[in-house]
Design a protein around this ligand. Sequence first.
Ligand code: HXC
Length: 520
Amino acid sequence: MSMRESIQHMKDLREQAHSGGGEDRIEKQHEKGKRSARERLDDLFDPHSFVEHQSYIRGRSTAFGLEDKRLPGDGVITGSGLVDGRQVFVSSQDFTVLGGSLGEQHAARIAEAQKLSIATGTPFVQINDSGGARIQEGVLSLDGYARIFRANTDASGVVPQISAILGPCAGGAVYSPGITDFIFMVDNVSNMYITGPDVIRAVTGEEISHEELGGAAAHASRSGVAHFRYKSEQDCMDGIRRLLSMLPANNTEQAPRILPDAPGWDDPDRVVPEVLDIVPEDERRGYDIRRFIGTVFDTDSFFEVHAEYATNVVVGFARLAGRVVGIFANQPAVYAAALDIDASDKGARFIRFCDAFNIPIVTLVDVPGFLPGVTQEHGGIIRHGAKILYAIAEATVPKISLILRKAYGGAFIAMSAKALGYDRVLAWPIAQIAVMGAEGAANVIFRRDIANAEDSEAKRTEKIAEFKESVMDPFVAAGYGFVDDVIDPVYSRTELVRSLEMLATKREQRAPRKHGNIPL
Ligand code: HXC
């Protein structure tokens, strides 16, 4: 071939790679409310920043008619691009080519992008839209999944890994996203399950639709598999960009910081008298902790994770005077904020992510304890609750706790105990710190006094008040040094900012070991 012909050949191949399975199939995607694999990259990256890798790669198998379907790219696009000027690696499965199914070369292409993401210390975003293992390629396809799972595991704790499920993701294919840090899903677009409705009908006789079984709502609120749910693909990509803006590129860096007077900056000395209206003085009354977060942390900076799952705790990223922190908060609006199995899993996983990526942790505490009940006991609350204790104790990032009202029992230890590893514990003057609430305590330790009194109810009230003052008062805990400072609620923001600044350079070494054994 002459130079001219060679260049033309290159252009033809590139054009072929760009058009995927062709206009008709892309149109079919659009009809389902889906974007094409390349349009998704346009939505994710800064304009003109995408650099494609291995775009001419082809499947090697010719079995069962694959000879005619060996398109360049092999059903996935990989490469890197910029999100707000910061590099991110990506894979985007192309459903228009062999249903985005994963064959040997398709997998090799994804694994190569994963390798470069680890080598360069750059986040990885994978977009899944695939019929799963390419059936014609058999065990080669299974080997491909194994390579990807291995790379996901190698990358864990080294670079942030984000999965967007934008189509089917079934069978063993779910386990790559399952290993990553965050899963994004979209209503009526995403589907994730180990076995679909047909198999379930055949095996158990249960009837359930794809959406009910493995759609975005099911995983965002029931299984907890999805961390974020959106109504459209574009909103989903905006969400991924927002998350990336709050994360460091890798485990050796700090999250991007907003400097004074830059867009998004909020005054560290802002007093917050509004909190007195948000948190009721009566500890039996609930309130939405997200209102407290919205007031105290930098304006509009809170990005909630797992917003619909285990809603008795609230976790997410926010900024305090420009620095990113991870918030782990009790939510008194739900189950009176008692910690249960799902809340423990949600909290522990979030804490471990923050610790791996140098993001300080702030706990907001108003918790009566762990949730009692047979379902909880037999579901393994001991094993699950232990994860929070373990995750906090193991974390070496700055750990700050603010006790607003209740901090009882094991939940106090998990959320606030300096002996467990909190670096700074603050409390409001109305905080109550004890083994259990005053009513429960009075019924146990003053049972006889109350029974023998002429007016039992009056005695009970008197003993409860006595217990609150002599045992639960935050100055008792502060007297032992378990609380560093009792603060005026209107200075909650300033005190948190100062605590964070004080701890920003914290370094902590532990004894070397292969790894701990968190109770899973
Ligand atoms: C090869 C596949 C494929 C696959 C789809 N296609 N899935 N080719 N291997 N796994 C092809 C179809 O043959 C079709 O090709 C094209 O992709 C589009 O598929 P449709 O069925 O027309 O699309 P749709 O109606 O939208 O249905 C999507 C679907 C369905 C629900 C995903 O295709 C499906 O059920 N696929 C099989 C899913 C499956 O059983 N996968 C294996 C799971 S087990 P043509 O040329 O006709 O247009 C697994 C194990 C992994 O993944 C283990 C890892 C540890």
